[in-house]
Write a protein that binds this ligand. Structure first.
Ligand SMILES: Nc1ncnc2c1ncn2[C@@H]1O[C@H](COP(=O)(O)OP(=O)(O)OP(=O)(O)O)[C@@H](O)[C@H]1O
Ligand SMILES: [Mg+2]
Length: 254
């Protein structure tokens, strides 16, 4: 099986060398746990070895991300200019946006192999703003020909449903995807706000701010990675001068 190396030191070894190609992996966690930085590093390390990437953000301004990346010495601005790492900043003040077509067009334009969607919760909260095609439901060429191959859009208002549709649409692209979402704070048992993306995704990474004595320690675990014998441990996440490093499991967890 072909695997895509995230390039995040210490992480690929936890999942048999990388994310299976074409997977949709979800990163969930409370605010400030390093989700966006992790995903940026995934795109940066791909772009540096010729695997172009697309970051779709409903969460940050392009310039903010460029500056965040600069902290770790990653020159996103020049990669963006060269179409090696495209940042698609989704305006939140437009209506009837066919977001999926925008993503698909940009993936094709830059020949993206990696895609990051940041984040699913913002997408679902702003459900009224987006149109999501439901072509895959028809999925049947005979039905499609009766419908005249016309694009159909989901017009309902269910956050769960639209999230599920988006995830399905993203997995139709020939990219390996990281989708970010948010975990509600103080709800240990609830992994995501939408409570559906963890089931739809091929893999689930959870990032934590764990209270250790008088400090918060950033940690992570891999809850699910289909077709992979993944580490079952909680790992320390270190944010150093070069970005994220995932530490091996401590003996204390054994
Ligand atoms: N240069 C840096 N050096 C060390 N740590 C940093 C640096 N820049 C940011 N951080 C840490 O990373 C955190 C932000 O990470 P990130 O933006 O990836 O979080 P997030 O999980 O995406 O948060 P949100 O859910 O709010 O989007 C900061 O709160 C800080 O703890
Ligand atoms: Mg973020």
């Amino acid at each position: 099986m072909e695997r895509v190396k995230t390039g995040i030191p210490g992480f690929d070894d936890l999942i048999e060398g990388g994310i299976p190609k074409g997977f949709n992996v979800l990163i969930t966690g409370t605010p400030g746990t390093g989700k966006t930085i992790f995903a940026l590093q995934y795109l940066y390390s791909g772009a540096m070895k010729g695997e172009n990437g697309l970051l779709v953000t409903l969460d940050s301004k392009r310039q903010e991300l460029i500056e965040q990346a600069q902290c770790f010495g990653w020159d996103l601005e020049s990669l963006h200019k060269q179409d090696k790492l495209s940042i698609l900043e989704v305006p939140m003040d437009k209506v009837e946006m066919d977001l999926f077509s925008m993503i698909e067009d940009e993936v094709q334009r830059i020949d993206a192999k990696r895609l990051v969607f940041d984040n699913l919760m913002n997408f679902a909260i702003n459900i009224d703003q987006f149109k999501v095609p439901v072509s895959f439901i028809i999925g049947n060429p005979e039905v499609a020909s009766v419908m005249g191959n016309e694009k159909m859009y989901y017009t309902g208002k269910s956050e769960k449903r639209i999230t599920y549709l988006l995830i399905n649409e993203l997995s139709r692209l020939n990219t390996t995807n990281i989708m970010i979402t948010s975990a509600p704070e103080g709800e240990e048992a609830q992994l995501t706000s939408d409570q559906v993306s963890e089931f739809a995704a091929d893999g689930v990474i959870v990032m934590y701010n764990q209270l250790v004595g008088a400090r918060h320690a950033k940690t992570m675990t891999i809850l699910k990675m289909r077709k992979t014998n993944n580490s079952p441990y909680i790992h320390d996440v270190e944010l150093g001068k070069d970005g994220v490093i995932i530490r091996p499991a401590q003996a204390v967890y054994e």
